[in-house]
Design a protein around this ligand. Structure first.
Ligand SMILES: *Cc1c(COP(=O)(O)O)cnc(C)c1O
Length: 393
């Protein structure tokens, strides 16, 4: 596999070192700055800060040193000029849209995106006169046909959840730029350890830090990465005024998470690959969805734009919902929860949880069958995970 994450300094060095500005105390680990505001030496110094003449901290809705360390570190890892941290992944997506779009603008989005993102686009942005057309993740022609003169943003996440369909980032970036649009990629599933969308031509990278960046299921947070112009001005202007900023404590958890991200992602990928190969051999399994399998229709594309195939494996069991629920309920190690990107393996029945609000026809169109199970492979001993799933067959 080509390593599109290769950079100098290396990703792991940036993950451990970037963004740290040691204080005169000489601390080795990054400190947490739990402060809402900052003091000035004089009234004149305060005035200079507020006027922007003297750059620096005023209030933690705008900037905070711990949050800034996280932002600088993630920006370096994604290869972006600028990063802004947000209170959640959803507020990162909302801030991107609210900061960069206006009434009358149009979005073309993959249909295979996070459920709340779909609701954000169809319910809330729609209310402010921003329309979205949804297209197939893996059909570049359909994206091209959906673009209108007023289209400003192309939006996708890849691999998709839960079926791991791959979007061709480079082709869609070229398409976006040919029409004067921006391409935003939700990079939550791969993280910069496996995929760097900016290097493939995307303009904006969005994260739910809640998932692999935290990596241990503790905090909610998000981030937007891109150029100074788009993110440092467009998105940040919205954030500092409208307020979904990241807390310093959460930023500290996430920046420590970044230090081990690459190692963890390699372990998630290795176990997911082995689990997918094992599942493929099981007589009770109809079909396995994992980009690392040669049976995956976009195995080759995944291999060119990712440096690992990710930690999410989905599979269909024979016997529909009853068989799927039996397997899920038989597990003793896996957690039955819809979260992902955790050291703890999680198991989900998409048809009755994450995709439960769709009509049966919409589910069928999205390929979410009643026998489908999604496993977000954690860091437990692989043989224990195999035994755990074996129990339900
Ligand atoms: C979880 C998730 C989000 C939303 O992030 P929150 O931190 O829960 O707000 C967005 N995109 C993807 C792909 C996700 O998995």
């Amino acid at each position: 596999m080509p390593d599109n994450t290769r950079q100098s300094p290396g990703l792991e060095t940036l993950a451990v070192r970037a963004g740290q500005h040691r204080t005169p105390e000489g601390e080795h680990a990054e400190p947490i700055f739990p402060t809402s505001s900052y003091v000035f030496d004089s009234a004149a110094a305060a005035a200079a800060r507020f006027s922007g003449e003297d750059p620096g901290n005023i209030y933690s809705r705008f900037t905070n040193p711990t949050v800034r360390t996280f932002e600088e570190r993630l920006a370096a890892m994604e290869g972006g000029a600028c990063c802004v941290a947000t209170a959640s992944g959803m507020s990162a997506i909302y801030a991107t849209c609210a900061g960069l779009l206006k009434t009358g603008d149009h979005i073309v989005s993959s249909r295979s995106i996070f459920g709340s993102t779909t609701v954000l686009f169809t319910t809330f942005l729609q209310k402010f006169g921003i329309e979205t057309t949804f297209v197939a993740q893996d059909d570049v022609d359909e994206w091209a046909q959906a673009i209108r003169p007023e289209t400003r943003l192309l939006f996708l996440e890849t691999p998709s959840n839960p079926l791991t369909a791959i979007a061709d980032i480079r082709s869609l970036a070229d398409l976006a730029h040919a029409h004067d649009c921006l391409l935003a990629v939700d990079n939550c599933f791969c993280t910069p350890a496996l995929q760097r969308p900016l290097a493939l031509g995307a303009d904006i990278v969005i994260h739910s830090a809640t998932k692999y960046i935290d990596g241990q299921g503790r905090c909610i947070g998000g981030a937007v990465v891109g150029s100074q112009d788009i993110v440092g001005e467009g998105v940040y202007a919205f954030l500092r005024t409208c307020g979904p900023s990241m807390s310093p404590f959460n930023a500290w958890v996430f920046l420590k998470g970044l230090e081990t991200l690459s190692l963890r992602m390699q372990a998630h990928c290795a176990s997911a690959q082995a689990l997918a190969e094992w599942l493929q051999e099981q007589p009770a399994v109809e079909r396995v969805f994992y980009p690392g399998l040669s049976s995956h229709p976009q195995h080759a594309l995944a291999g060119t734009q990712q440096s690992g195939y990710g930690g999410i494996v989905s599979f269909e069991v024979k016997g529909g919902q009853a068989a799927a629920w039996k397997l899920i309920d038989s597990t003793q190690i896996c957690s039955i929860t819809a979260n992902l990107g955790d050291a703890k393996t999680t198991v989900t029945h998409p048809a009755t949880t994450t995709h439960g609000r769709l009509t049966p026809e919409q589910r069928a169109e999205a390929g979410i069958s009643d026998g489908l199970i999604r496993v977000a492979v954690g860091l437990e001993t692989l043989d224990d995970l195999i035994d755990d799933l074996q129990r339900g067959f």
